[in-house]
Design a protein around this ligand. Sequence first.
Ligand code: CP
Ligand code: NVA
Length: 309
Amino acid sequence: VEKTKVKDFLHINDFDRDTIKKILNRAIEVKELIKSGDKTFQPFKGKTLAMVFAKPSLRTHVSFETGFSLLGGHAVYLAPEDIQMGSREETRDVARILSRFTDIVMARVFTHEDILTLSKYATVPVVNGLTDYNHPCQIMADAITVIEHLSRIEGTKIAYVGDGNNVVHSWLELASLFPIHFTCATPKGFEPDAKTVEKARQAGISKIVITNDPKEAVKGADIVYTDVWASMGQKEEAQKRRLMFKGFQVDQSLMDLAGSNALFMHCLPAEKGVEVTEEVIEGPKSIIFAQAENRLHAQNAIMLHVLGE
Ligand code: CP
Ligand code: NVA
């Protein structure tokens, strides 16, 4: 008998603001519990998580696996060459097979269509662990990190400088629920997806500025955020992009323009000396490791939510 699926976690703005707020608060609560050494909260006991990876990972792999097991569950890692989704096995069959064995599926895929197909055919919840289009778990963790450092997300100015990629699209998803000032500075031709920008603007919640001027973008920012210039799947363009992204490196002079209180964030992995200088990423304003740690806590709360716990 197939179970009826509770929910998936594919895009932050599939949910309303109260639900996302609830998940963020839960993440902070469960984080405190875990940090206190309490091992009695075992909501995932007897449950199995399948982790499907079509791309490499450090944070996503380890944080999902350790998070799920800290709360009592068992996680199975499936490397790109194991499943060979789309060649050895059809994506929809992967979804139907994993649903017979496991209680929840996390997947990191190339095309966004693949996560939608997994979601369509799986009868268990599907959590998006990054696609070429978005990275919702990352921005949930980032929101927690902003709340921990600035005591709120509402009204903060987040300035993203670099490639208008999957990370930017999930910031736009968040900006359509929580009132922030989100500016994104990219070289011409590397802006985020126009439809996604339009949809976030139409939500009418946040101030959203897309520009080609990094200096203008960071003025008054609470957070200066960057990511690699060539994402997974674009690595052969890395050299070309280095030339095209000239002027978009986050260096100390850009941080100085943001102001003395501005913090630096990066979802990692980083190419130090490319999109950000060693001085900034290793400097006192960088909160990259607190940010990375929050992946675990954000995802625990996301999994609790989609499993109805
Ligand atoms: N930030 C992030 O998703 O890292 P990994 O690619 O190492 O999982
Ligand atoms: N934009 C990057 C994020 C990595 C976590 C990529 O997709 O490779």
